[in-house]
Design a protein around this ligand. Sequence first.
Ligand code: ARG
Length: 603
Amino acid sequence: MFSISTILEKSLQAALNEAFPTKERNSKSALILSNTHLIPASKPEFGDFQINCALALAKEIKIPPHQIAKKIIDQLQKDVEFLRICNPPNIAGPGFINLTVNSQTLITEISNRLNDERLGVAPKEFIKGVENSNRVIVDFSSPNIAKEMHVGHLRSTIIGDSLARVLEFCGYEVLRLNHVGDWGTQFGMLITHLKEVAPQTLNKEDVVEIGDLVNFYREAKTRFDENKDFKNKSRNEVVNLQSGNKNSLNAWKLLCNQSRKEFQKIYDRLDIELIERGESFYNKFLINIIEDLKNKNLLVNDQGAKCVVLKSFLGKDGKPQPIIIQKSDGGFNYATTDLAAIKYRLTKSPNGDGAGRLIYVTDAGQSSHFSGVFQIAKCANWIPEYCRVEHVPFGLVQGEDGKKLKTRSGETIRLVDLLNEAVKRAKQDLTSRLKTEDRDESNSFIEKVSTTVGIAAIKYADLSQNRVSNYQFSFEKMLSLQGNTAPYLLYALVRIAGIARKGGKSEVSNQNLIFKEIQEWALIRKLLQLDCVIAEVEEELLPNRLCGYLFELSQLFNRFYDQVPILKADEPSRNSRLLLCSLTADTLKLGMNLLGIPTLDRM
Ligand code: ARG
């Protein structure tokens, strides 16, 4: 079964090919035409879909936009499939084409979706013969061992998980990789320090809490910066570790385990699945990376350090800035590990992961790191033609004052505290609402609802912003029942579940669907946009598109619910409306699930 948009997209491509034969295209018009797609109408009065290429095309082929639009429409109207689905197209303004799907098609599509687990979203068709086009790696979360996970890691975790879920739903095989910082000089300092001040932590599990570990790490760092003797000892310790010294390795493993347990607590609360594959995994490949770059004549010596200099990778002074691959003391960098990781991830199995798309979710501060690493990998020919490698940057988390998020006393906020606070506030809101509504609920109900709402609010607040901009963290806003928030969406679902409980579900059958109110049609049209929205997220990796869609859907549902009788309506409207409710619930649930947000039947 194809969705409406898939069929129309095919008709559009065929019409464009007929109206503008390939051999008559110049390079610019060819580009415009190959990027021309059906897009959902920006306003309901424009119908369901728009085709916007006429204006750009007019400049290239010197035909007025109105005539171009006319040419496209003439072709479309020769297409039987198109005529079956759409009303005659309109030209709006200077040359925009508006398409409106006819009611019969909308009704058929609604009833198809009622019986379809995927709600009309076809799984992706992978191009045959292209290697690994279906395997994606999402590198996300990736905190550092012995350091606390901070809000930046929280953003990466939430956004990365949602992207992974969307891609999984589209049919990709997704490898969710946690690229934890578990290697490097910091372990030399930490182990040296602990050997002196708390040796018991290095040979027994569970002696040290993550909070203490973080403090030990700070102390070690101070000593490292101030004390030469300590610095040398730490360096030796790194050498011991890297050469596989048993005691050092044991201590390292213990520290990693300790951190891992703490990270896992957060992942469990957020319901996040990740495969840990830290920086240390790539250690054995680093030497090879140097060799390979050397053989390809990409390495230069800069005061003893091995570097790559790219013409397009400029420093603040506007001059090409060398990227250090191996330091003069022989040590490797963050970038070296990422180069090894790219190569491994794109190499076919059994020597690598064989992925076709790599996605890295980190703060925008690392954009230049990734741009450098990707460019080097390109120059070294490690990125095959058919592969996509993308950095998915996000902005800073700020407090309501617009400054970096801090506690009152000016310290970095711990993630656990943030989650606890959200749940605590959700509980306060809930208990006071129960009081005003004079409802008596069990403790387990209160616990369940406040945990779900608190976590949902944190996740949704993050996902609903365009990730590229900085985002202002506000418990009050994210927990509000009004506006584009998780509680607002959850509440729409609770309303629908309420209707079902009041006897609105059992006799539902999907014969004889009849719709006559504008509120119904508006809801139907929104429901049918789901597949386009998911395709957009898959392409642009912006979960806020999905959030915006679910918000608009909830708004339209609420308007329908407030203005049109459902349970009290006569048949066959009653039945049709109940089915509309149930499809809205399924769509909201699917969408929330793709965001990683749990839902409720009552709240
Ligand atoms: N550990 C890094 C940090 O905390 C993030 C790693 C992101 N992934 C990567 N492949 N570099 O900033």
